[in-house]
Design a binder for this molecule. Structure first.
Ligand SMILES: [Zn+2]
Length: 307
């Protein structure tokens, strides 16, 4: 795919709405979503379990409350992962749509599944990835009030922990024409960092996205760094490490936001009491500002003839 990006960089530093539009109520809702999604009663949100079903019901009810539209008649999009057989019939992605002025889509994603219960221990997955799902709800809440330029498709994926199966199912049986998707913003582990750092991965592959992130206002404690996307850098390459990977393989530009692995990664100790609220809220603000800048600034040819 030849470069489909035609960026209007002049918009990077202008036309930027004040973020005061995000109220303390929006942040308390963000925190509440994190508390609910990482609660013991969801039993670690493992694919095809009762805990997963509870998570699905909660996310669907939040999509509804925010005012997102369905694709088809439900937010739930079931799929049967082919690589393994499940006790129940399906796994489920949750898809909510917000039409913008343009038909072209920015896909905003985070997986909601985690590891379930092992040896009697609940793996709550507060950082991985109740945090990412809570922030996509926070973004949806913002954009429903401030109509986006691009259409936005919010997806909470299932079965990421089993091998990015929700994202692969989305591509195999797409709910929208994949050619409409001009960018994927994926969030996976975004709520804690001992050194107050979060990475945006993807700019190495799609350098034209870089200026949007450099323009973001760093007034809070969090450092937004670029990286973890260069094969030779000596750092772990995250290019294919989460649900953005299958989209990158198809040439869809992506930005993946995530923290480096921590002591509680994939352990039963990834619980909400370990989340740094100040860090998490500042990350939410940084990601929101990045999404606003990308939505307002990006211009695409909109034609399939340039591939
Ligand atoms: Zn994850």
């Amino acid at each position: 795919m030849i470069c489909r990006l035609l960026l209007a960089c002049s918009l990077l530093l202008t036309d930027f709405p004040k973020l005061e539009a995000q109220t303390s109520q929006d942040y308390s809702q963000l925190w509440n979503d994190l508390l609910v999604l990482s609660h013991d009663s969801l039993e670690g949100r493992k694919t095809a379990t009762i805990g997963s079903k509870k998570a699905q019901n909660y996310i669907s009810s939040r999509y509804q409350q925010i005012g997102l539209e369905t694709i088809g008649n439900k937010f739930s999009h079931h799929f049967t992962p082919s690589r393994f057989s499940l006790n129940t019939d399906t796994a489920t992605n949750l898809i909510g749509y917000l039409p913008g002025s343009s038909d072209q889509i920015i896909l905003i994603t985070a997986h909601y599944d985690h590891l379930g219960i092992k040896n009697g221990q609940i793996y709550n997955g507060a950082d991985d990835n109740a945090s990412g799902v809570s922030i996509i709800l926070f973004l949806a809440q913002y954009f429903i009030k401030a109509k986006p330029t691009h259409s936005l498709l919010f997806v909470a994926y299932d079965a990421e922990e089993l091998g990015l199966l929700g994202a692969k199912a989305f591509i195999k049986d797409p709910p929208v024409d994949l050619e409409r998707i001009i960018l994927n913003i994926n969030l996976d582990m975004v709520s804690r960092s001992s050194n107050n750092q979060i990475y945006a991965c993807g700019v190495y592959h799609y350098p034209l996205l870089g200026p949007y992130l450099s323009a973001v206002d760093h007034k809070g404690p969090v450092q937004l760094l670029l990286g973890h996307d260069e094969p030779e850098s000596g750092k772990h390459d995250w290019t294919y490490s989460s649900d953005h990977g299958p989209f990158h393989r198809r040439g869809v530009p992506f930005l993946y936001f995530g923290v480096e692995d921590h002591a509680d990664y994939h352990r039963s100790s990834d619980t909400v009491d370990k989340i740094d609220q100040e860090f998490f809220f500042d990350v939410a603000r940084l990601i929101l500002e990045s999404a606003i800048r990308l939505d307002k600034g990006m211009r695409f040819s909109g034609s399939n003839n340039d591939k």
